[in-house]
Design a protein around this ligand. Structure first.
Ligand code: SME
Length: 157
């Protein structure tokens, strides 16, 4: 996968748009359509209680709320690090939103030392995400966070 080109493309796609919801929507659509073998790509943002609430995504309708610290998303958010799960059925605390999902990567969104959400990508293939994919998807997310600039981040209820 040519992540170098994808990072350049997505940076151009988001350029000049300060609205985070608009950019999150286009970013999710971009990733979903540009990377092969995905069944879901999208965002979760924390509310005041620390639960993760569904944001813009592409794929089938998903769980709207993930309880604080739960699931792969909650673990990545709490631990402030990317998590790659090769086989979601072997991950004890995985939360099933789409039964087609077999592997998953979750990247925290970090700005000014604060984690303000996660970007979650699911695949129907076991072990879909290699180290190169992890690095590439982290670079794509860095481009997204860079485009957020100084605009307010979502604070769902
Ligand atoms: N599987 C995730 C829940 C979100 S869906 O995959 C869209 C998790 O365990 O956190």
């Amino acid at each position: 996968m040519d992540y170098e080109t994808l990072v350049a493309s997505v940076t151009g796609l988001l350029l000049g748009e300060p609205d985070i919801i608009a950019n999150a929507a286009n970013f999710a659509a971009f990733v979903y359509h540009e990377l092969p073998e995905l069944n879901w790509a999208g965002f979760y943002f924390p509310n005041a209680a620390g639960d993760l609430v569904l944001g813009p995504f592409n794929g089938r309708p998903a769980c709207t709320r993930l309880p604080r610290g739960r699931g792969v998303c909650g673990a990545a958010f709490t631990q402030r690090r990317t998590l790659v799960v090769d086989d979601v059925h072997a991950f004890g605390d995985h939360i099933v939103c789409d039964s087609a999902s077999a592997s998953e990567i979750v990247v925290p969104l970090e700005r000014n030392g604060e984690v303000f959400g996660v970007f979650d990508v699911d695949s129907p293939r076991v072990a879909r995400f290699s180290d190169a994919d992890r690095h590439g998807i982290e670079r794509l997310v860095t481009a997204f966070v860079g485009a957020v600039g100084t605009s307010a981040v979502p604070r769902p209820v």
